[in-house]
Design a protein around this ligand. Structure first.
Ligand SMILES: [Zn+2]
Length: 80
């Protein structure tokens, strides 16, 4: 079982299809039992598509970092 931290680390690769089959399955499995990560993935996707629409360029790393920090600060990681 992978942790929420790993999900957040792997998410970009997960969404771009660059994770290995095993890792992708591990993320899928985690998402199946962790509503917090599901909503994290959802807001992540929204942010990426929003920033693409606004700027027509890749999501800035600072933005991704800010989402990850907010996710971490929510105290969710402490539960694992
Ligand atoms: Zn999780």
């Amino acid at each position: 079982m992978i942790t929420c931290q790993e999900v957040s680390d792997w998410l970009l690769d997960y969404l771009s299809g660059e994770l290995s089959e095993n890792d992708r399955r591990a993320v899928d499995h985690h998402l199946g039992s962790c509503p917090a990560c599901v909503s994290f993935v959802h807001s992540y996707r929204m942010t990426i598509s929003l920033s693409r629409r606004l700027a027509a360029q890749p999501t800035p790393p600072e933005l991704i970092e800010r989402i990850q920090v907010r996710f971490t600060q929510a105290g969710h990681l402490g539960r694992m």
